[in-house]
Design a protein around this ligand. Structure first.
Ligand code: SF4
Length: 369
């Protein structure tokens, strides 16, 4: 059976800089058309890299893909359709800014084949949104989801951020309740992290204290569980049958082509590559960089990515890929965390408990060489 595969388009443009963001992007839209043309050419030039695979998902991320018109995104999809067999593509996602989502715009997206939205709402509170320097307000966030429903989208994900300074536990719970009341199929919830090179980093903004972050995490898990969402990955919750197919493919290590400035690609066997991230360098044809992962790096990645999912590490699959010594080593290191209740064992699987995910960074580090 052929392996499945994915395409990721990175649209590196944003109209405003969010305080916490360290993704590759630019605020100047002056060269947008050139970049989109170049991305189409890049895709055509790299068709062979997905040879022998079955394309299953396409994802537009950024940056802000919705600074492009539906027609512009549709042109990239047309290039994909002309050059790949897209008959088995089940999911085409666009990351969207609420401010860009008029009903007409959304109908346009539907019209070019987009069937899933990932809306960057982050919070339903105006205070939080202003603090993060987001473009939209709380009302705009709700309006965007409602407009998406009217336009016929039945697979909507929203992003939320917790651990914000100046927000109380009750504020956060209210955010989660608002998300639930909108009936969105999928919620990605990230704890605020602050990188030095971001606006927040430069302004010395700090994440809420650890105890509040834990309370927010617990409250979110409980509210979403009660509302029927599966906590299927450390930062992701979905109603039954609505997990992100695209992210699932990343986590299973399937091949994907990353197109556009700063986009990463993986060939499914250990070769990773990434395009230059600045628009100027991308347009001038600068070569992508690449690396071949060693067996140790592949093993570490296998463990890390799977431990972030609710299925955890299947030790039989681990042994099949990396041999009995690695299986033993993994189980030996997992023992302590199983006895502490941070990891759980069931059949051939070792997975984090929901509370265990809170300390996952430190625990996963223990499995590395
Ligand atoms: S969070 Fe998204 S919209 Fe905000 S600056 Fe980063 S990429 Fe742009």
């Amino acid at each position: 059976m052929s392996k499945s595969s994915s395409i990721y388009f990175h649209i590196p443009f944003c109209k405003r800089l969010c305080g916490y963001c360290d993704f590759p992007k630019t605020m100047s839209l002056a060269r947008k058309n050139e970049v989109l043309d170049k991305m189409g050419q890049e895709l055509v030039g790299r068709v062979a890299e997905l040879g022998g695979t079955v394309l299953k998902t396409i994802y537009f991320g950024g940056g802000t893909p919705t600074v492009c018109t539906p027609e512009e995104l549709g042109l990239l999809l047309a290039v994909a359709r002309e050059n790949f067999d897209t008959s088995q593509v089940v999911e085409i996602t666009v990351e969207a800014n609420p401010d860009d989502l008029s009903e007409e715009y959304l109908r346009g997206l539907k019209g070019v084949g987009v069937n899933r939205l990932s809306i960057g709402i982050q919070s339903f509170r105006d205070d939080d949104l202003q603090m993060m320097n987001r473009r939209h307000d709380a009302e705009g966030a709700v309006r965007a989801v409602e407009a998406a429903r009217k336009a016929g989208f039945d697979n909507i994900s929203i992003d939320l951020i917790y651990g914000l300074p100046n927000a109380t536990l009750e504020d956060w719970k209210e955010n989660v309740r608002r998300a639930i009341s909108l009936g969105v199929e999928h919620i990605s919830a990230y704890c605020l992290t602050i990188e030095e090179n971001t606006l927040f980093g430069k302004r010395g903004v700090e994440v809420a204290d650890e105890q509040l972050v834990e309370q927010e995490y617990d409250a979110m898990c409980e509210l979403l569980r009660e509302a029927g969402y599966e906590h299927y990955e450390i930062s992701n919750f979905a109603l039954p049958g609505r997990r992100s197919r695209h992210n699932g493919a990343y986590w299973r290590g399937t091949p994907y082509l990353g197109i556009g400035p700063g986009a990463h690609s993986y060939d499914g066997t250990g070769r990773r590559s990434w395009n230059v991230s600045t628009v100027g360098a991308y347009l001038s044809g600068a070569q992508a960089e690449c690396e071949e992962l060693s067996q140790t790096e592949l093993y570490e990645e296998f463990v890390m990515v799977r431990l972030r999912t609710c299925e955890g590490v299947d030790v039989d699959a681990l042994e099949e890929k990396f041999g009995p010594r690695r299986r033993e080593q993994f189980l030996h290191r997992a023992e302590r965390f199983v006895s502490e209740g941070v990891l759980m064992r069931g059949g051939s699987s070792v997975a984090f408990s929901e509370r265990g995910w809170l300390v996952s960074d430190a625990v996963i580090g223990e499995f590395f060489e």
